[in-house]
Design a binder for this molecule. Structure first.
Ligand code: GLN
Length: 252
């Protein structure tokens, strides 16, 4: 099989996938770090070699990036990291444009938008990868959240946010809230956003253990970008383990 390796330094036989966990110290609420664990575990079970780079404020940016994962956080966590996020904004915008898969939950989703005006009136500028903006309100939106999306079918999790997010014209939602939850704003039934291969969403849970299709989308897209093809290399034990964790995630 032809292996297109864009990263000469890693050698033609490399199966490495470089995963950046964005601000795990300050933006990692309601178990969102579980998304990093899930992507790593599943990538390993597909025969890839996941390497997780925990990127906090002031850290060195990794040389190679295949997947970027960001979690939720409180307003003051968002205030803490936003200056550093702007230092990395050009890099992140370039990566997004190039099709690098990213998953941004809640607080990081808001900061990937145009701006977030918090309930105390502070306006946090976002890095504008997604055409959305968010305004804090005094009633928090808390509870189970279920949505449907053509690409990922049913997506489940829960939400806990004060910000109401509004999609700008031309920005696609990730899904539509059908029964449970408020989603972006409680008014238009949209939830999350999708731009290039960047997914923004209010889904905590963690999201990925219960929604393996999204985890696999991130891994497949990353492998295709780096190696030209998504090609699992698995023995029976790996296949069985993947089937076992998929049964746990099954919500039917
Ligand atoms: N602080 C933001 C809000 O309340 C994000 C919350 C979160 O990430 N759960 O809207």
């Amino acid at each position: 099989t032809a292996v297109h390796n864009n990263d000469a330094s890693s050698g033609a036989q490399s199966r490495r996938l470089d995963i950046v966990s964005l601000y795990p110290k300050d933006m990692n609420i309601y178990g969102d770090y579980g998304n990093v664990l899930t992507v790593s575990r599943r990538a390993a079970l597909y025969g890839y070699e996941p390497v997780v780079h925990q990127y906090n404020q002031g850290d060195q940016w990794p040389e190679h990036v295949d997947i970027v994962l960001g979690g939720g956080g409180q307003d003051n966590g968002q205030k803490k990291i936003v200056d550093d996020l702007f230092e990395r904004a050009d890099t992140l915008r370039d990566l997004a444009r190039q099709g690098v898969p990213m998953l941004m939950i809640c607080g990081m989703y808001q900061l990937f938008g145009q701006y977030f005006e918090t309930i105390d009136g502070t306006r946090l500028e976002g890095i504008g990868i997604m055409g959305v903006h968010t305004v804090g309100q005094d009633v928090r939106m808390i509870g189970n959240l279920t949505e449907t999306s053509e690409e990922f079918d049913k997506i489940i999790g829960y939400e806990n946010h004060s910000g109401q997010t509004f999609l700008h014209e031309g920005t696609e939602p990730l899904g539509r809230v059908e029964f449970d939850g408020t989603g972006n704003n409680g008014e238009d039934h949209t939830e999350g956003a999708r731009v290039h291969n960047v997914i923004g969403t209010y889904m905590h849970g963690s999201l990925l253990p219960k929604n393996p299709k999204i985890a696999d989308f991130l891994i497949r897209t990353a492998a295709e970008r780096r190696y030209g093809v998504f090609e699992p290399i698995q023995n029976d034990q790996m296949r069985n383990e993947l089937a076992r964790i998929d049964r746990i995630a099954d919500r039917a």
